[in-house]
Design a protein around this ligand. Structure first.
Ligand SMILES: NC(=O)c1ccc[n+]([C@@H]2O[C@H](COP(=O)([O-])OP(=O)(O)OC[C@H]3O[C@@H](n4cnc5c(N)ncnc54)[C@H](O)[C@@H]3O)[C@@H](O)[C@H]2O)c1
Length: 299
């Protein structure tokens, strides 16, 4: 064996802890816990973003939701209050794991300087930034031969440039503070297949770019200990998909029939994969695209 071979150092978990006769530093479930960590999630005002934000907070992280509205709506405030009340009762019960807080910050992911500044402010206030979920995105439909230039550019700007600016914003703080952070780009199954009968050339192109962006960033940032992965959901029932489903009778049944589970997914069904990627259970996972599509691509 070459002397340059790097032997991985083993943290005191699992079999190594058992053989050393010590209690492990982390058990299987605690590897999903995020106490004291700080997260930034874009598009965190509703839908998949808000669901992921609450999951990260329930796991103990302080979570900053960046989105377009100047102030959050009543639903978002209700979820924020829920996280605070959960934390209060967990503290009262003396629980070791206490939910983190949810904060809202207004911003547009296409504004690179603004997104960088927001991440810097969060890192200064909290003293760290461990997790970034670049989730903001839009979906539009238009015939491929007629797609108006301005609309195409706008979608690419939000879905692709916005994902890069968010990853940069967090990555710069992780590098500055020497934090082995986790950056998660929300792509889509549409980045590696084409949705049957949907005229989504801009969206599909943007999500393919996001998958490749995660792969490319992971190769540059691995040396700094920063991991970058993408998550590719299938059809999930949110405002984004409701906009299409409500205008097309039978589309719900059609999309449901396209995966072996025979239904659309729910935003909460993405909690597990994001918690896993954000935390210490996935420290050797980078440059991957994790598909969560009810088996859509298995057919
Ligand atoms: N719903 C699905 O079936 C599905 C499937 C695969 C991937 N996705 C992806 O998941 C992500 C979230 O989708 P969703 O279904 O929750 O959609 P959604 O429309 O409910 O939420 C998207 C959020 O992004 C925000 N946003 C849009 N443009 C922004 C900008 N310029 N700056 C900041 N925030 C902005 C919106 O205000 C909104 O709160 C998107 O990237 C989407 O492409 C969704």
């Amino acid at each position: 064996m070459s002397s340059s071979t790097t032997k991985p150092t083993t943290p005191l978990v699992g079999v190594a802890a058992a053989l050393a006769g010590s209690h492990p530093a982390e058990t299987a479930l605690s590897q999903f816990a995020l106490p004291g960590r700080v997260a930034l999630i874009t598009g965190g005002h509703r839908g998949i973003g808000l669901e992921i934000a609450l999951a990260l907070a329930e796991a103990g992280a302080n979570v900053y939701c960046l989105d377009l509205p100047p102030t959050p709506d009543s639903d978002w405030l209700k979820v924020q209050a829920h996280a605070a009340s959960l934390a209060q009762s967990q503290r009262a019960q003396g629980n070791l794991l206490v939910a983190g807080k949810l904060e809202y910050v207004s911003g547009d992911v296409t504004d690179q300087k603004k997104v960088w500044d927001i991440a810097e402010e969060i890192a200064k206030k909290e003293g760290r930034l461990d997790i970034c979920v670049a989730n903001a995105g839009i979906l539009r439909s238009a015939e491929c031969l007629e797609y108006p230039a301005e609309e195409f550019r706008k979608l690419i700007d939000i879905n692709v440039s916005g994902a890069l600016f968010s990853a940069q914003a967090a990555g710069r703080q992780m590098e500055r503070l020497g934090i082995p952070g986790s950056i998660i780009l929300i792509a889509s199954m549409s980045g590696s297949m084409t949705n049957k009968d949907q005229h989504w050339v801009a969206y599909n192109t943007s999500k393919a770019a996001v998958i490749q962006m995660a792969r490319s960033l992971s190769c540059e940032l691995g040396v700094k200990g920063i991991r970058v992965n993408s998550v590719s959901p299938g059809y999930i029932y949110t405002q984004m998909t409701r906009n299409f489903l409500s205008k097309n009778d039978g589309l719900d049944a059609d999309w449901s029939s396209q995966n072996p589970l025979g239904r659309l997914g729910r935003p909460d069904e993405l909690r597990g994969v994001v918690l896993w990627l954000a935390g210490d259970g996935s420290t050797f996972c980078t440059g991957s695209d994790i598909i969560v599509d009810g088996g859509h691509r298995a057919w």
